[in-house]
Design a binder for this molecule. Structure first.
Ligand SMILES: [Zn+2]
Length: 81
């Protein structure tokens, strides 16, 4: 059972917003290294937070190397509304 160790939605949000500090921050990142579920949850939030996209990608690249073909990013000055 990993639920006890899994990140709470509020924690994910704090992490996404960069409001989390050590040692919680380290634990969270460490958890995201192996817990795909929390990564998915974080990414879902990232869809509207748009803050931790880089962080998660960085973590995932550590966990499993993936070739990123999609370099097509629409550059828009309007990131959030
Ligand atoms: Zn988890």
């Amino acid at each position: 059972m990993n639920e006890l160790n899994c990140l709470a939605p509020v924690d994910l949000e704090r992490y996404c917003l960069g409001q989390m500090s050590e040692p919680e921050l380290g634990k969270t990142e460490e958890h995201l290294l192996w817990c795909q579920e929390c990564i998915t949850n974080a990414e879902a939030r990232d869809r509207f937070l748009g803050t931790m996209r880089t962080a998660v990608r960085r973590l995932q690249s550590h966990a499993k190397p993936q070739s990123n073909d999609r370099s097509r990013v629409s550059k828009g000055p309007n990131g959030r509304g």
